[in-house]
Unconditional design. Structure first.
Length: 316
């Protein structure tokens, strides 16, 4: 009887160890670009959706440390956090080289730039993926078709990071009876205005792509003013641009992008590895009815437009 009791106790201890060890192994670091704001919002959503994991969250210097064992996964929030984390990991060897990194709340171009930099620098082959901010091109074309059906000539300004998207953009436009008009690639500041002028002459709506050589704080107001004077509405990629004077935007909130990232973490947690970079599944539409009216346009309610797009995609 005593032997049986001891055996049962030993078995219970072993079972307890099997339950505890995986949890200890599932350490996840969430590295923020900065405290507060959209980064904190995304981190809170991640924390709420990462069940069964031990999560440590903070800005770079407070989380990145080689004291103790490396985490099983690192999730970065913001482009700066992704770059900082990769730079920090570049000097680590051994088991640190096997830690995968999932980036979130950053543009696809920022992710691609760091991946290329890692490859060209001869860094260890690390598993990387991302939940990016960029909207699928088909969704952007569907927005134009649904909200501005009379405007079929889609102007775009591209630079080094968005030029490769033109063939796919053209296919998505053609599938909806639209046509893309693109000016020569903008690589220098002095090339922007001639490219904008040529694009506006060949189009009746300007679709902004997240190209850092074109759209940034120093150029936005001039672009908005020029498009307004040309009576060509600007359709953008963020709600902030709509507040500044763009007519429409389809975008995803930090919480929506974070939920996409959490889905990717669950895939990793289930042993399926990190999926390839993902665009947001959830999204919202913003509209500036005042600017639209001043251009002689009537827009439907933004929520109704978004609902129609979700119905087209078959998403809730």
């Amino acid at each position: 009887m005593a032997i049986r009791i001891l055996f049962r106790l030993a078995l219970a201890c072993l079972i307890g160890m099997t339950l505890v060890l995986p949890a200890a192994a599932q350490q996840v670091w969430v590295v923020l670009a900065e405290e507060g704001g959209v980064h904190a919002e995304a981190a809170a959503v991640l924390q709420a959706n990462l069940e069964g994991l031990t999560v440590t969250t903070g800005v770079g210097p407070t989380v990145l440390s080689d004291k103790g064992e490396p985490p099983a996964l690192i999730v970065t929030v913001g482009a700066a956090a992704f770059e900082e984390t990769l730079n920090w990991l570049s000097g680590k060897r051994g088991s640190w080289e096997r830690v995968p990194v999932l980036a979130t709340l950053l543009p696809q171009a920022a992710y691609d730039r760091q991946v290329l930099r890692q490859a060209s620098g001869g860094a260890a082959r690390r598993v990387l993926s991302a939940a990016v901010l960029d909207q699928p091109l088909g969704r952007q074309m569907a927005l134009l078709k649904r909200a501005l059906p009379e405007r079929r000539r889609i102007g775009v300004l591209v630079g080094p990071q968005t030029r490769p998207q033109l063939p796919a953009l053209g296919r998505e436009a053609a599938a909806r009876g639209l046509r893309v008009a693109a000016a020569p690639e903008v690589t220098l500041p002095e090339e922007l205005y001639p490219a904008l002028k040529a694009t506006l002459e060949a189009s009746d709506v300007l679709l902004a792509l997240p190209e850092p050589t074109v759209y940034h704080a120093a150029t936005l107001q001039n672009i908005l003013l020029t498009t307004y004077r040309a009576r060509v509405p600007l359709v953008a990629f963020s709600s902030a641009y709509v507040k500044a004077g763009a007519v429409l935007a389809v975008y995803s909130t930090p919480a929506q992008v974070a939920r996409r990232a959490a889905e990717m973490v669950k895939s990793w947690q289930a042993g399926r590895g990190l999926p390839p970079p993902q665009m947001p599944r959830e999204f919202a539409v913003a509209a500036n009815a005042k600017v639209a009216a001043s251009l002689g346009m009537m827009l439907d309610d933004a929520a109704a437009i978004a609902e129609d797009l979700r119905r087209q995609e078959g998403t809730p």
